[in-house]
Design a protein around this ligand. Sequence first.
Ligand SMILES: *Cc1c(COP(=O)(O)O)cnc(C)c1O
Length: 356
Amino acid sequence: MLKRWVDDRLPTQRTHLDVAGSGRLSRTAFDEQVAHLRGEADGAYVAEAEAAGRIDGGRAAVAAMVGLTAADVAFSEGAGVSFATLLDGWPLASGARIGTASSEYGGNALVLRDRADRRGWTLVPLEVDDLGRVTAVPDGLDLVTFPQVASQRGVAQPVAEVLACGVPLLLDVAQSLGQTPVPSGAAAYVGTSRKWLCGPRGVGFSIVPGTWQDRLEPPPTLNASAYDDVRRWDSPEAHVAGRVGFARAAQQWSPALLPVVHAAAAAARVLLQGAGGWRVVEPVEEPTGITTLLPPDGADVAATRAMLLAEGFVTSAVPATRAADLQGPVLRVSTAAWVTPEDLDRLAAALARRTA
Ligand SMILES: *Cc1c(COP(=O)(O)O)cnc(C)c1O
């Protein structure tokens, strides 16, 4: 399965170490997307109706990753859009208390602040340890929300422990789904196609079990008046070919990829520690696929990332604005299942040589 998944990736001329930013589409998903676009020549609504079964197969595949069903999945353009849509519909009165983490994704943190100001909610910072892991959930919260794995750090939150506290959890799985196991039992999940699930850009989703769907206020879109099922939350206009591609990507993904990703990250953390003076943030055995590196004194993260790109390595320079808990920019290396030990050796050598 593993070899088939890797061999089906569209070829790249580069060493792709940035699945946490965007993954590599499969040839199969690419071909189905292109076929859908061709079919739109005969009438886009006809093509969409004909693709409905395949798109619902994608809803079913992504829902199954958290123990839910196709009837629980709505599509948007990205995880951030789904996050804002759900928050706007969440049944929270003025005075509600929402637990948040300092690792919150920058865009979501802005939305939380904005909605809290407008609707009179109080944001309650959760206690965290020095790697940003939530260590306590106070009593009396109406909602808790945080990313299971942050964009800026390959550390997994103790989601099962938080769920055991019984407070409703709106879990951002944009970074974690496909990278680390995601527990079932959250009130809602929001995620994205293009990262670890290796679907196309421009597709996001929410997964909301029926019990919570019934309590949410649907968005003010025509979809909400046209449907009485989960499609109320779908973005009413969409790049449908993207949803077709995502449906294939979600069905091709397998949990068998997880141990491979984790082993590659463990190898990366050992190899990269100290290369060119960079320091690894994550514990070696953390069950994620992200390795972040703190620069040596005076090194420029964005310039180093640009130099690595010129040498053919795709990595990310994560800016300090990405999250409140970053002291400065970090270099992010993410290890999808296609990454080989030789790729990592060459990266370590390049970092040692080329730190800017
Ligand atoms: C990428 C990311 C997002 C935003 O996802 P989009 O699909 O770009 O909106 C949100 N949260 C985390 C943790 C992310 O890594």
